[in-house]
Design a binder for this molecule. Structure first.
Ligand code: NAD
Ligand code: GLY
Length: 379
């Protein structure tokens, strides 16, 4: 098992290994510092059944509230719940419809009521089983319910494995923009089982590839070159470990997004605008790919990088079958981008490539964003 330590205000491990899902209960018990009761539990475990009630009577270690979307729960819910039960936890589960539309106040409210109705206390914890949407909304519920309960991330998408499950950004969307409500709240543990990626639909896998490519562009040229030579699917564990290690360094230096961490937003200002303008028909990772291509074109046009760097960025996106252009009107894109968290007063921070492996934070007047978009090919 590969273990990467995240040195944020709360330190925790990211455990990466194929098949780890079945060890989730034991790993979580260890991370929470709970003595395992597994040996004491003789009944066959089945969540929500008599066996579950017996555990409660026997004085289980506490309750795990597993949160997942319907698709992920159907695929992996029982394995994770069984593992938790076997380790001695009472398990309750909440599921919601997949998709960005669910990262909403309405789902968040339902989760809070679910936690309260199931008597989740501060000695209990939440498990985010799924992609970035599940991780973001579960993390935000964990951060705010009872002023904070612990939570564990179990990413099941490539995007969540390499990015969203690590670093403690939690959020929900408002009708007016992406991630407009949220907090920095670190998980207690991340359990990454790359085997779960085998069931991920191709377009969702590619969304993760966009975030992986992002890491290469923003700070790791050799890694970028390796992604051109060997497909991410053929070096999955290496890719996850490299990205998590990079994120670990970034978060250790700038947990609260005041400087260096903003580099991880490469492609995101335009990307979030694409998501909003498409009413979320364009997936997050696809939108980030478009955002990176637009900013690369604009950077070359404005002399921040060479045409060669721009072409390399667009080429790798195309190589992975990712989009590099969108035809939403400039006015729609601009107004959507104004809701972005990266807008501060009348200024916005854009992440601009200078060469492969090096990006800068360019602070510009918000009104200049239209010009950047135009230079990047948005009409
Ligand atoms: P997601 O959570 O919606 O998952 C994508 C889809 O794949 C869903 O339909 C889901 O049901 C399905 N799925 C998940 N795992 C599966 C599996 N193993 N097998 C089969 N199907 C599976 O989306 P995502 O792309 O993981 O995350 C996108 C979200 O993450 C966005 O809301 C974005 O804003 C957020 N994000 C957050 C951070 C952060 O640092 N917090 C970073 C990047 C992105
Ligand atoms: N995904 C961007 C960040 O964690 O900062």
């Amino acid at each position: 098992m590969s273990v990467i330590r995240i040195k944020a205000s709360t330190e925790y491990d990211v455990n990466i290994e194929r098949g780890l899902l079945d060890s989730a209960g034991r790993l979580i018990a260890e991370a929470l510092g709970k003595k395992q009761a597994a040996a004491a539990i003789k009944t066959e475990c089945a969540c929500g059944t008599e066996a579950d009630k017996k555990q409660e009577e026997q004085g289980a270690l506490g309750t795990a509230a597993v949160i997942a979307d319907d698709t992920v729960f159907a695929l992996y819910g029982s394995r994770v719940c069984d593992s938790l039960c076997k380790a001695g936890f009472r398990v309750v589960s909440f599921t919601f419809a997949p998709g960005e539309q669910s990262k909403s106040l309405a789902t968040y409210e339902k989760i809070l009521y679910f936690l309260a109705e199931n008597h989740i206390t501060r000695s209990d914890f939440l498990v985010a089983l799924g992609g970035g949407i599940t991780g973001d909304i579960t993390g935000f519920a964990a951060a705010t319910y009872l002023r904070g309960v612990r939570f564990v991330q179990i990413p099941t998408t490539l995007l969540a494995a390499v990015d969203s499950s690590v670093g403690g950004k939690t959020a929900i969307n408002l009708g007016t923009g992406k991630n407009q409500v949220g907090s920095f709240y670190q998980p207690t543990l991340v359990i990454c089982d790359p085997d779960t990626l085998k069931t991920l639909p191709e377009d969702e896998y590619l969304c993760g590839c966009a975030e992986v490519i992002k890491y290469g562009i923003l700070g790791n040229e050799p890694f970028f070159r390796s992604l051109k030579k060997t497909h991410i699917k053929e070096q999955e564990e290496n890719v996850i470990e490299t990205c998590v290690a990079m994120k670990s360094n970034i978060v250790a230096d700038d947990e609260f997004d005041r400087g260096k961490r903003q580099l991880l937003n490469l492609g995101h200002t335009i990307g979030h605008a694409v998501e909003a303008a498409s009413d979320f028909a364009v997936l997050h990772g696809q939108a980030v790919a478009i955002g990176m291509a637009v900013i690369a074109r604009a950077a070359a046009a404005k002399g921040f990088c060479t045409a060669e760097t721009r072409d390399e960025i667009i080429e790798i996106l195309n190589m992975y079958g990712l989009p590099s252009a969108a035809d939403f009107p400039l006015a729609d894109m601009y107004s959507a981008a104004l809701a972005d968290k990266k807008v501060s007063g009348k200024k916005i921070n854009l992440i601009v490539p200078q060469r492969i492996g090096e990006c800068i934070i360019e602070t510009t007047d918000v009104e200049n964003l239209k010009d950047w978009m135009r230079a990047g090919g948005i009409k």
